[in-house]
Design a protein around this ligand. Sequence first.
Ligand code: ATP
Ligand code: MG
Ligand code: MG
Length: 559
Amino acid sequence: DTPVISNFIRNIIDADLSAGKHQSIVTRFPPEPNGYLHVGHAKSICLNFGLVQAENPYPGVCNLRFDDTNPEKESDEYARSIAEDVKWMGFEWNGDIRHASDYFPQLFQFAVELIQKGLAYVCELNAEEMRAYRGSLTEPGKNSPYRDRSVEENLDLFTRMKNGEFPDGSKTLRLKIDMSSGNVNLRDPVIYRIRRAHHIRTGDDWCIYPMYDYTHCISDALEGITHSLCTLEFEDHRPLYDWVLDNISIDCHPRQYEFSRLELLYALTSKRKLNQLVTEGIVSGWDDPRMPTISGMRRRGYSPEGIRLFAQRCGISKSENVIDYSVLEGAVREKLEAEAPRVMAVLDPIKVTLTNYDEAVTASRSAPFHPHHPEFGEREVPISRQIWIEQDDFAEVPPPKWQRLTAGGEVRLRYSYVIKCEEVIKDASGKVIELKCSIDHDTLGQNPVGRKVKGVIHWVSAEHAIEADVRLYDRLFSVPRPDAVRGEDGEYVDFKQFINPNSLTTVTAYVESCVLAAEPEMRYQFERLGYFCTDRYEHVADKKPIFNRTVTLKDSWAK
Ligand code: ATP
Ligand code: MG
Ligand code: MG
């Protein structure tokens, strides 16, 4: 549906394929199952899977691999949600889901090989000492006093680490690279630590766990990954990625390329911070429709196509990728415009009585669900003596150029007659509570004679419409960078201070009855109001409908 836009990664792949370096490519998406996926992950999913599965795909496959080396933070719930989100986004992984933990035995063997080559040693510095020995960006590090242990001693100690003979944190296995390297990542990085933690897949089989940098490159190589794509913060880790693969007996050496992380304004793209919103009850869960998680966006009514269009618009490059929320909303709106059937709903109703309604004369019309998609079908738009219109569509004292209803004025009811406001009824406080209008019975499907009526408003028949709970969502945060605001003391202000107090309002609306049969996750346009989606969990067909507002029709965010 959308053209391929080239980027530096596609250029590299083009060159590799035409040079015959690869016949086909293998990419991977490697989330850690320590939270739900967010919109930043969506960008990475669209890149990695999109290279082999979207328009004009390269020959090849994309693996889904859980980077599950931090047992304390990981859970089955997270793993399940990740797999579900990737599928929902419209992608298919190659074969079974893979896990870094599948490779624990090989990772251990490669560590033994590194020890045997004199390239790894067991260290007993504690975390604090280790930090002091590491030096800084401007200062070289110092060699650990344990660096020159014999191969035999290292093999013995590492085996005993694995066998559970030492307490947690008492020893580590480190690579012997260069404590004075300009790249701090090469200053004898730790590749194994002792941690008695229950792992979601390997249970209590291991009490030593490999570190990310060591695990990632070897997992890539074991899977025959050709292009290992990650975000820019790993650029400085690439020399370590290459060092490990250059020094173990493995015949595959994937190449790592880095692109910039997506940062979405008015949202957060950090699992750790999103987790705080969930655990502190600020949102209803990871899939709260205000969350920038894939499951939150799904529940809000964003379509996978809309999110994919957004990812494409973000592009892939090494330059800063700070994107305004309106770009996401624009892409979502653009896809829904063509895909969502349209019905009428009144969110903030005022009663209108049609004084000359006459069952024998007043007729109803059928209306298409989409002006450009006759295949979506039609439904009857019934009328009755009493109808609801939007409060906003009536003004007793209209502003200039007003085209909606006013006292004594005329307006057309969408798919129905022109009506004229004959009387405005107010309560004791002066609030307008009802309008009495007359129908011009000569205007069904034709223009009135002798005058122009420009305004068209949406409405529903009070007798036929059904009640629905409608949740009006807005942005969760009221500032563009909630996690980057500094107070007078120069410290970061807690991002939870910037929750938009109007991020959720619930109203009871009147909606055309045809939505009653809608299944959960059905997306509609409510004419003139926006896009709305039946709630994935709480909406039940043929009961009282529950709609979530996905996005308004126009960008209405007050800047
Ligand atoms: P977080 O900081 O939110 O925990 P992460 O990078 O630690 O994110 P992982 O589960 O390790 O999360 O990420 C899986 C993949 O998604 C990685 O390849 C990572 O680079 C990519 N990714 C994560 N966040 C973004 C982002 N904001 N933009 C683009 N890619 C991202
Ligand atoms: Mg990570
Ligand atoms: Mg992380």
